[in-house]
Design a protein around this ligand. Structure first.
Ligand SMILES: Cc1cc2nc3c(=O)[nH]c(=O)nc-3n(C[C@H](O)[C@H](O)[C@H](O)COP(=O)(O)OP(=O)(O)OC[C@H]3O[C@@H](n4cnc5c(N)ncnc54)[C@H](O)[C@@H]3O)c2cc1C
Length: 332
């Protein structure tokens, strides 16, 4: 990536890092406004922010759902036979290998679920570790991580004009866990749309394409699921008095408010408002990654409330000191 970045800068273009865009203003051009208040103006803009964060146009929040998968990297007595594998049955498991300075790693992937809706998320790692032990003589498990990806209703990414009314605003999203290939396809399509005004593939990938009957069914199911999570999150009964161990968090009710409390390893408690700043769903605690995750659209926040992953682009509201102090002194 670095040589590519150097070429971009050498040819007179700019790369801005650590600059979260929170709004796109439109007049005779587009202006991307960052959370620091800086502005970048351009005649054409591509939104390639994984999940599109603009809600007012395109209704992407109703057409994309987010899935999370888990990965463990093991070292085994056996040598990996080479290749990449995925099983046909459920639960899905896929395998590949990677070599690092200490030798061969075998990557075992699986346990997918809708983001923010896993059970106790640490259990997903345990399931992959059990699978590793069933198939290999495991010597070590040096790494584990998880990631999430945007899924479209018909399995084809949304690449092209953001809406049919935005000729100079483009999007590339919904790679359905195949970003390495779909990102390349997207760049070819978007380059042709911008430079030539058309692409051979634009109708197939068009975000405004006609929805097929099967994807209408998926649309209804996914949006019913979002509505269910939105309502369930607001109505679920919450404990008012809980004990937390270091590294644990829970959602609780204090002074009629739904808040999330996390206790770090030193016993310090962090309290945040758990209403997602994207579209108002109630967040769930992800015990494996120690983050607050949205069950509706996949936004993620740290225990201090900072955005880890969009579409949300504003941090969680912090709770007032009274609540914080009372929780810290009375309840834990
Ligand atoms: C378990 C798993 C396995 C996978 N395996 C494969 C595989 O084998 N092959 C394959 O092809 N793909 C694979 N993928 C999929 C691939 O990793 C993703 O599809 C791809 O990374 C998504 O690319 P993206 O550009 O849409 O998003 P990202 O790679 O997330 O890039 C989005 C960028 O936008 C930035 N951003 C976000 N919001 C803002 C904002 N408001 N302002 C400014 N910047 C912002 C982010 O910081 C980030 O840099 C896998 C995915 C999963 C979950």
């Amino acid at each position: 990536m670095l040589p590519l970045a150097e070429e971009i800068v050498k040819s007179g273009n700019h790369i801005f890092e650590h600059s979260r865009v929170v709004e796109i203003e439109e007049d005779d051009a587009y202006t991307a406004v960052t959370d620091g208040g800086y502005k970048v103006r351009a005649p054409k803009v591509i939104l390639a922010t994984h999940y599109p964060f603009l809600n007012k146009e395109g209704f992407y929040f109703a057409r994309i759902y987010v899935e999370r998968d888990y990965i463990v990297a093991i070292r085994a007595e056996e040598k990996y036979p080479g290749g990449m594998y995925i099983n046909a049955e459920n639960p899905a498991r896929s395998m590949r290998n990677q070599v690092d300075k200490d030798g061969e790693l075998i990557l075992i992937i699986g346990e997918n679920h809708k983001a923010g809706q896993g059970v106790d998320t640490i259990n997903h790692y345990h399931a992959l570790i059990d699978y590793a032990h069933q198939n290999f003589t495991v010597k070590d498990i040096p790494y584990r991580w998880s990631t999430q990806d945007c899924m479209t209703l018909d399995g084809i990414p949304y690449v092209g004009h953001y809406t049919s009314d935005t000729p100079n605003l483009y999007v590339a999203t919904g790679f359905n866990k195949w970003g390495m290939t779909n990102a390349i396809a997207s760049s070819v399509i978007l380059k042709d749309l911008i430079v030539k005004g058309k692409s051979h593939w634009e109708q197939v990938y068009s975000p405004s394409r006609k929805t097929t009957a099967s994807s209408i069914g998926k649309f209804i199911i996914e949006n019913a699921n979002v509505a269910e999570k939105l309502i369930a999150g607001k109505l679920s009964p919450l404990p008012e008095d809980i004990n937390l161990n270091p590294g644990e968090a829970n959602v609780l009710k204090i002074d009629s408010k739904r808040v999330g409390a996390y206790k770090d390893e030193d016993g310090k408690i962090y309290v945040v408002n758990t209403t997602c700043t994207h579209l108002g769903c109630e967040l769930n605690w992800n015990s494996a990654e120690r983050s607050w995750d949205c069950p509706c659209h996949g936004s993620r926040f740290s225990y201090t409330g900072d955005v880890i992953e969009g579409p949300a682009n504003k941090p969680l509201k912090s709770e007032n000191t009274n609540i914080f102090e009372r929780v810290a002194t009375d309840k834990f």
